[in-house]
Design a protein around this ligand. Structure first.
Ligand SMILES: Nc1ncnc2c1ncn2[C@@H]1O[C@H](COP(=O)(O)OP(=O)(O)O)[C@@H](O)[C@H]1O
Ligand SMILES: [Mg+2]
Length: 1190
């Protein structure tokens, strides 16, 4: 037990320790470092450790034990050495360093990664970018790079580095295009990024940037798609956060003249900014440029904000330059700034009750008239019209009066506030769309063959209060997670199967059910929300009730009170819902769902804004359709759903590369690695599952043809002409790569993690080396061809022997059949002829006896001669008529016999008469001879009958064998069915277990998430009792009952051992021994599960799981259908020259008849008589039936 293990820890993730006690299904672990307390953990929280001092791995798959604990350890270890990147197979893990690492992204570094295959250099985003470009070239397929991670994990930074690498490496000749693609970033960030509590430079929108390449794979242009700009931030940033950078940049960095022209002072002066953080990001250098008019009260009091990448003052200048490089004139840029300022002034317009209005309407507060005028001036619309449109809404009456009459409905203060905010949001978000459009126009591409798209979209989000924005972004992440599962886990495993690689299967949680809850066409949450908006009086509580009603049976959707966080439990059922996402449960508050889902302006505002004299404003609102009816509006959710579907379509048709960003701490500081926080991110991003897959997997693969094409240029002619597969075989066998490092599939060759690079490096090394490789390949080719030729010759010879043997056998078959046929047809006649001939011999003897006759000699001789002619005619008749039936033949013969007998009698009589005693004696002998022949004939007939009988019996045996065979087949069929049923039952059990485990995992994840939130917000956690399966509960109860007298579950391992050694209480001793062995068994099972990584045993024919399940299926005993009373006899073919016969005999004797397989063997069963013959032939004593024994 002196093994070092990783034990789960709530803050560090895992700590090193030693198992000091085996307990009831758990173990006690004592951490190596004394500052961590001793703990008792289930085995699922303990992993074997192998820690080499100071050793870390580029690819996490290279570690000795592939589990989450070693993964975390390796990443942490590297992080503190400033190695922020590592791989899990082809997936890059990037830890945010929150500091600059020297020359990590320098131009020299960029150069050094160009054209190097993945794994050749230390892990880096550049390596991923280069791989994407290489895959694009080789596979002729567009590529996506999906960058994911929590807010602040470093997605946007990674995206920038990726773009920089692509543009620097393949865009240098493309002139300004390259710069423009890079310029897009500061512009997008100024308008779309903001400081949040989790990230100073948080992108509040998602983007998919495509870099397009021409047919020479050089940069040809670009295109940006963006998703879901967070609009609520424009009007109401919260707490310590800020609104979009551009507002502060203009106030801090715009030249004084411009600020005055736009009426910009300090953040405190604007309603849209003053309630949140009002400080600027500066550096100590730029800070001096600020005058007191620009500084907010907080800024003066608490000083500036600091971030290595942000500086509101300098960033404004950079933005202005970037905009101008993107092709915007001074005038156009000014218009953009004007529009931004207009939003701020618009926000300053306030309303008060209008005492003159009897319908409870409001008016613009007199103190805020100046803001109204300023906003109107900047937007170039008529101030009085703006005033009018803000406090009243146009409606077309459908009742009374003329249909279509326009009436003005005065708005209440809160309604006017909402209308103003809606206008501000519309202006700003349309401006953002416009800017993205302008960027796209400035980086057009004439011809595009392929593109590399980089997706940077917010990761999974959860706060104490979650609204529609979080709902959309988590929906998106749910889809991306599914895509990840599909690409990496499902697709990968399917490929292994198709290509016939023997890789054990692993399971993962399918989140389709969660996606269904959100997006199903007729009852998904998004649809329910749209339906609600179309009602005459939409209400969020009704919507929430509908959601719960529709999805009440779905595990993924729950009531707020099922949350683990106390703050959520106080919500009413109709105020929110809980979605159990793949990364944990999130509770959404539905209050603003309906407004946020609908971004249409009311008609009067839409009208006046379109009448603006300002060119830019006109453009911004030119596309919106006035008078959007309630029934025709396209909701925000619906639009996002469509955009997302398009995005997924693109991702599915491209090659994929993943970058998983990890945020090491929540404080945004360097050199601090929070273990449990990072571990959670690694698990959520599926890294632990991929690690499990890669234990036996092959992350790199290349079709034979591609590999061949890739290296063709490096090879001499004789190797160029080989077929791709032969080439690859020759290549691999001659390169002395280890067999376990690669595998040949059906269409491609696969490499273990990191091995492709090794191969690639060998192939591209200097000409000297290449020469020796070529020589080796040639040698291998000659060798393999020689072996093949030998094999062919051998096969031909074998074939010849086989043909000769068969011919011989055929002749024998023919001969036998012919003989049989002839015998059947002529047998009777031939036999009779033979008999007649024998009779003829007798006649001759009679004839010779006549010589002794003294008288009547002539008469007798005459008679005999007559008889002879009758013999001849009979013989002739039989010979000539081959259709004569046996009966006639028989009668002819008997006729002759009778005649001869008659003749004999006559002769005898004569001889009697002669009283020649001697003659008489001789005649008697002849008679005896005749008798003997008769007997022989009878014997012959009896034998024939017996044979007939035997044949019948054999036929009977054969029939019985057939019947038994049929019976057995039926029995086997039934057994198979039974086994199948049993297996299905078992599979169902396994599946239930898996579902239970998944839910347990989800619970754990939910709890961890809640814990994080609770820690962040000082909230409280409320534990619910752990889930227990019914079957388990029953089991526990039984176990408790069974324990009876002794409860040993609290006993220590050593106590158990001591009791066994010393106790005299037999019962106690027995119980201890039982418990001792049980614990040992649990421990060994854990150890076996955590064994060192191995590739599959060469001799294994099927995945272990298959073998195991086969072993589990019991072999059912065969039902015997034999009649036990009857004796059966079999011939056993022991003809193995040189074999150890006696042993075989012995074994054969010990088998049951069924097991010998003899009953199934045709011709093995013999008759009792046949057996007896054999028995006696070999000197066996005659068998006497028990009944006949004395
Ligand atoms: N590779 C890096 N090197 C140095 N600092 C980084 C790196 N990646 C991220 N950061 C720091 O982390 C902050 C947040 O990164 P960002 O890419 O904006 O996160 P995300 O887009 O995932 O929300 C950045 O502003 C920067 O300070
Ligand atoms: Mg970002």
């Amino acid at each position: 037990m002196e093994e070092t293990v990783w034990a789960r820890d709530h803050t560090e993730g895992f700590v090193l320790g030693k198992i000091t006690e085996l307990l009831d299904d758990e173990a006690e672990v004592t951490p190596l470092e004394s500052r961590y307390p001793k703990r008792i953990l289930p085995f699922s929280d303990i992993f074997r450790a192998y820690v080499e001092k100071d050793k870390d791995y580029d690819d996490n798959c290279e570690m000795m034990f592939l589990n989450e604990a070693s993964l975390l350890h390796n990443i942490r270890n590297r992080y503190y050495k400033n190695k922020i990147y590592s791989y899990v197979a082809n997936i890059l893990i990037a830890v945010n360093p929150y500091k600059e690492i020297l020359s990590l992204y320098s131009p020299e570094t960029i150069k050094s990664y160009r054209g190097k295959s993945l794994g050749e250099k230390p892990p880096h985003v550049f390596a991923i970018a280069d791989k994407a470009h290489r895959d694009m070239r080789v596979l002729k397929q567009s590529q996506s790079i999906i960058v994911s991670g929590e807010s602040g994990a470093g997605k946007t930074e990674s995206t920038k580095h990726l773009l920089k690498f692509l543009c620097d490496s393949w865009g240098a000749d493309s002139g300004p295009i390259e710069q423009k693609i890079l310029d897009a970033n500061p512009v997008l960030e100024a308008f779309g990024n903001a400081k949040t509590t989790r990230n100073n430079n948080s992108s509040r929108f998602g983007k998919f940037i495509e870099v397009h390449f021409d047919k020479n794979f050089k940069v040809a242009g670009g295109h940006i798609s963006h998703y879901l700009l967070e609009k609520s931030r424009i009007c109401s940033p919260q707490g310590d956060e800020r609104s979009y950078h551009i507002f502060y940049m203009m106030m801090a960095g715009a030249p004084e003249g411009l600020r005055q022209q736009l009426g910009l002072t300090k953040p405190d002066d604007y309603n849209y900014l003053k309630s949140a953080c009002t400080r600027y990001f500066t550096t100590s250098a730029s800070e001096k440029k600020l005058s007191t008019v620009q500084k907010s009260a907080d800024q003066s009091k608490q000083g500036q904000l600091r971030d290595i990448l942000l500086d509101d003052i300098e960033d404004f200048l950079a933005l202005d330059q970037a905009l101008s490089r993107l092709g915007m004139s001074d005038g156009e840029r000014l218009q953009i700034y004007v529009t931004v300022a207009a939003v701020l002034h618009l926000g300053n317009i306030e309303f008060e009750d209008n005492p003159e209005d009897t319908r409870g309407g409001c008016r613009v507060a007199t103190s805020k008239e100046r803001s109204l005028l300023m906003a109107a001036k900047l937007l170039e619309i008529d101030p009085s019209e703006l005033r009018q449109a803000l406090v009243a809404r146009v409606m077309q009456s459908s009742r009374g009066g003329l249909k279509g009459t326009v009436i003005m409905v005065p708005l209440k203060i809160y309604e006017a506030n909402n209308a103003r905010d809606a206008l501000a949001k519309a202006i700003y978000s349309n401006l953002f769309d416009y800017i993205v459009n302008r960027i796209n126009q400035s980086i057009p591409f004439q011809t595009s063959s392929y593109y590399i798209g980089v997706l940077d979209i917010a990761g999974f989000e959860f706060f104490t209060v979650n609204s529609f924005e979080q709902f959309c972004i988590n929906y998106c992440n749910e889809k991306l997670q599914q895509f990840f599962n599909e690409r990496i886990l499902k697709y990968e495993q399917e490929l292994y199967k198709r290509e016939g690689l023997n890789v054990p299967e692993i399971t993962f949680v399918d989140n389709q059910d969660c996606i269904d809850v959100i997006e199903t066409k007729n009852k998904g949450i998004l649809t329910l929300l749209d339906e609600e908006s179309k009602l005459p009086k939409p209400s969020y509580t009704h919507f929430t009730e509908e959601v719960h009603k529709t999805w009440s049976k779905e595990y993924r959707l729950g009531l707020p009170r099922s949350s683990k966080l106390k703050a959520h439990r106080s919500l009413r059922d109709d105020e929110g819902f809980l979605v159990r996402h793949f990364a944990g449960a999130v509770c959404y508050q539905t209050k603003h769902f309906i407004d946020k889902n609908n971004d249409a302006l009311h008609a009067s505002l839409e009208g006046i804004i379109q009448d603006s004299k300002n060119k830019l404003i006109q453009t911004l609102f030119s596309t919106s359709v006035a008078q959007k009816g309630k029934l025709t509006f396209i909701s925000v959710g619906n639009k996002f759903k469509t955009q997302l579907a398009e995005l997924m379509e693109k991702l599915r048709s491209n090659g994929t590369n993943f970058i998983r960003c990890v945020k090491p701490n929540n404080k945004m500081i360097d050199q601090q690695f929070d273990g449990s926080l990072s571990l959670m991110q690694l698990k959520c991003s599926g890294m632990t599952t991929v690690l499990e897959l890669m234990e036996h997997g092959f992350p790199s693969r290349t079709p034979f043809a591609d590999l061949h094409a890739m290296y063709k240029d490096y090879l001499p002619n004789e190797l160029k002409v080989l077929s791709p597969k032969t080439f690859c075989e020759a290549m691999f066998h001659s390169l002395k790569l280890q067999d376990k490092d690669f595998k040949f599939g059906v269409t491609r060759v696969f490499f273990r993690p990191g091995k492709f690079a090794e191969f690639d490096k060998i192939m591209r090394s200097d000409p000297e080396n290449l020469k020796s490789i070529v020589a080796n390949v040639k040698k291998w080719l000659v060798k393999s061809r020689w072996i093949k030729a030998q094999f062919c010759a051998l096969t031909v010879i074998k074939m010849k022997h086989k043909i000769a043997y068969r011919r011989q056998a055929l002749i024998i078959v023919q001969k036998t059949v012919r003989g049989y046929l002839v015998r059947k047809r002529h047998g009777a006649r031939i036999k009779t002829l033979r008999d007649i001939r024998a009779l003829g011999a007798n006649l001759k003897k009679i004839e010779s006896s006549t010589a002794q006759l003294k008288k009547d000699k002539d008469v007798i001789t005459n008679q005999i001669n007559q008889l002879k002619t009758q013999f001849d005619t009979t013989v002739d008749r039989i010979k000539s008529d081959d259709k004569m039936d046996p009966k006639t033949v028989e009668s002819l013969y008997t006729d002759l016999v009778a005649k001869v007998n008659q003749q004999m009698a006559a002769l005898q009589k004569k001889l009697q008469e002669q009283k020649n005693a001697e003659e008489q004696e001789r005649l008697r002998k002849i008679q005896e001879e005749l008798e003997r022949q008769k007997k022989l004939k009878e014997e012959e007939e009896r034998r024939q009958r017996e044979e007939e009988e035997n044949r019948r019996k054999k036929a009977e045996i054969e029939a019985r064998r057939k019947q038994e065979e049929e019976e057995r087949r039926r029995q086997e069929e039934a057994d198979r069915k039974l086994a199948l049923e049993l297996q299905q039952q078992q599979e169902k059990l396994v599946q239930e277990e898996r579902r239970y485990q998944e839910q347990l995992e989800q619970e754990r994840q939910d709890r961890e998430l809640a814990l994080r939130l609770a820690q962040e917000s000082n909230g409280q956690l409320e534990e619910s009792p752990p889930m227990i399966r019914k079957s388990e509960a029953v089991k526990n109860q039984q176990a408790n009952l069974a324990k009876g007298k002794y409860d040993l579950s609290k006993w220590k391992y050593s106590e158990l051992r001591d009791t066994i050694n010393t106790s005299c209480d037999i019962e106690l001793l027995e119980a201890c021994r039982h418990e001792f062995h049980r614990r040992l068994k649990v421990y060994h099972a854990w150890k076996a599960k955590n064994r060192k990584r191995t590739t599959m045993d060469e001799n294994e024919r099927a995945p272990r799981s298959v073998m195991e399940s086969a072993a589990r299926t019991p072999r059912l005993p065969q039902k015997t259908i034999l009649d036990n009373n009857s004796q059966r006899f079999f011939r056993i073919p022991f003809q193995r020259p040189g074999g150890d016969q006696s042993k075989d005999d012995m074994q054969m004797c010990e088998l049951s008849l069924e097991e010998t397989g003899l009953t199934r063997k045709r011709g093995a069963e013999i008759l009792e008589s046949e057996f007896n013959r054999e028995w006696e032939k070999n000197g066996g004593a005659q068998y006497v039936r028990p009944a006949d024994r004395k």
